[in-house]
Design a protein around this ligand. Structure first.
Ligand SMILES: [Zn+2]
Length: 122
């Protein structure tokens, strides 16, 4: 049976997050993601450390706010959110601010732009 032909990214038609974006959103909100600290917690990685900064655990805070590898993407997508919320990267609740409904789309865009989760399967 032939399926109708749709564009590869139907989210552009409906302005809804596609499946990968939904996956990224879930990963960031739950913390159950392919970041090293979670993989280590569930015995799927030998250690929790960031592969770029070997002495830092790669949790959400490190990925979203700290890892120097993603500084360019962070300046474009994360810093404007923090500034708009009178927040900074060192603020203890900065991650919570980023995961708020108003901001999660930009965080998903950040996740995409970093390429950190490409080729990952849930
Ligand atoms: Zn790092």
């Amino acid at each position: 049976m032939n399926s109708p032909q749709y564009p590869d990214d139907t989210s552009q038609l409906y302005d809804q997050p596609n499946r990968f974006d939904q996956q990224l959103m879930l990963w960031m909100r739950t913390g159950h993601s392919p970041l090293q600290s979670h993989l280590h917690r569930v015995n799927r990685a030998p250690d929790p450390f960031c592969t770029h900064c070997s002495t830092q655990a790669e949790g959400r805070r490190h990925f979203l706010l700290e890892c120097p590898k993603y500084e360019t993407q962070r300046q474009a997508l994360i810093d404007p959110i923090l500034t708009a919320n009178n927040n900074t990267r060192v603020d203890p609740n900065a991650v919570d601010v980023l995961l708020d409904n108003d901001n999660i789309k930009a965080v998903v865009a950040f996740c995409r732009e970093t390429g950190r989760f490409h080729r990952q399967r849930s």
